[in-house]
Design a protein around this ligand. Structure first.
Ligand code: GAF
Length: 376
């Protein structure tokens, strides 16, 4: 009897279901916090949560994938221990700091965005709850860009990552079959239909996550900020190669390399948008390889396994390939002619397995909707 009552209760008084997606980025890596351009899109892998106000002034969460429960109050001193719960706590706090309303709620959530693959599962989690809180308690009065900023501030203030806005932006603004070019300085954006006649985008996940000490992501950002400051600029957005060469003797060789990558990457994004519009996928692919080279040699966020995957792509004649996302492990994104697709995947699996003792995972990507309410 008890079970029947419980099942009927949740059937008749359900919560509301929300979802938000992981993302890919065709090109424009580590440019977002430098005021540059990025070119991401949301994918068909998401975090989904059922959420219901509880009238208790506290949040009660259950993470289905890791089988853990957590509850917390809504004041700053109530921050939970568990990292996964801090993403949601941070979102609540960032709403409150902006004058938003957050009341107690219960939620259970799960996801199929692979963790540590560079597909932004954390941004998907933040965006899912930001969308839900806006919808449930704030009459959707926060604009979508503010939801992305809430997710970004959560990373800065509750998770220790001084990230840019790309991941949360893509997770909130994603649209079916569209990539989005975002100018991270003005926050203007434009949708580009992803027309890949005869090609597909394939993610090859090395399943490697190098946990590097001393927050290497934040260190990259600091390098860029030092160089911009030296040039008297707010960000590297306006810096040129000539500017950089002028101050070469006044900055470290490491900072020089980092800034050199960012300045080159800024132009590559614009080239790719242009080439995509003209259907020139060969140029798109070339720029992807150049980005990989830069991320590996100048920005130094690649690793042996990802360089190996990039080499395999080159050997197989894949049109474009590069490490995707923040780096230090995760995926390569590959632009592959359809008649090469199966051969490339097979070769990557066999060769990677021979060398590292496990096969990479492969995901075909479908561009999809960003944050939304699942049941209307
Ligand atoms: C991570 C960050 F969260 C993004 O803001 C971006 O900087 C990316 O790395 C690199 O392009 O995903």
């Amino acid at each position: 009897m008890e079970n029947k009552i419980r099942a009927e209760f949740s059937k008749h008084f359900p919560g509301t279901m929300y979802a938000s997606a992981g993302r890919i980025n065709l090109i424009g890596e580590h440019t977002d916090y430098n005021g540059g351009f990025v070119f991401p899109g949301a994918i068909d892998k998401c975090i989904m949560a059922e959420v219901k106000p509880n009238g208790l002034g506290k949040v009660r969460l259950f993470s289905i994938d890791i089988d853990e429960y957590c509850e917390f109050g809504l004041n700053e001193e109530d921050a939970p221990e568990q990292q996964w719960a801090r993403y949601i706590f941070g979102v609540c706090r960032e709403f409150i700091k902006r004058g938003g309303k957050v009341e107690g709620f219960d939620a259970a959530f799960a996801g199929n965005v692979p963790l540590g693959a560079g597909l932004s599962s954390s941004a998907a989690l933040e965006s899912c709850f930001a969308f839900a809180i806006n919808d449930m308690f704030n009459d959707n009065s926060f604009p979508k860009m503010e939801l992305a900023k809430i997710g970004q501030s959560t990373e800065h203030n509750y998770c220790g990552v001084k990230c840019g806005i790309m991941d949360q932006f893509a997770s909130v603004f994603g649209k079916k079959d569209q990539l989005i070019r975002l100018d991270c300085r003005s926050l203007e954006y434009e949708y580009f239909p992803m027309k890949l006649d005869g090609y597909s985008l394939v993610l090859v996940d090395s399943r490697v996550k190098h946990e590097l000490v001393d927050s290497p992501y934040n260190k990259r950002r600091e390098s860029c900020e030092r160089v911009a400051k030296k040039l008297g600029l707010e960000t590297l957005r306006d810096a040129t190669f000539e500017d950089l060469d002028r101050i070469q003797n006044e900055i470290s060789a490491e900072d020089y390399k980092r800034a050199h990558f960012v300045i080159g990457e800024k132009q590559r994004v614009l080239d790719v948008c242009d080439a995509l519009t003209k259907g020139d996928l060969e140029t798109v692919g070339q720029r992807m390889y150049q980005t990989h080279e830069g991320l590996s040699k100048e920005y130094e966020v690649s690793c042996e396994e990802l360089d190996f995957l990039n080499d395999i792509a080159k050997e197989c004649g894949v049109t474009g390939s590069r490490i995707m996302g923040g780096g230090f492990g995760g995926c390569t994104i590959n632009l592959v002619k359809n008649d090469l697709h199966d051969k490339f995947i097979e070769t990557a699996k066999v060769k990677f397995n021979e060398k590292y003792g496990h096969e990479p995972k492969v995901y075909d990507v479908i561009l999809s909707e960003g944050a939304h309410r699942v049941d209307e």
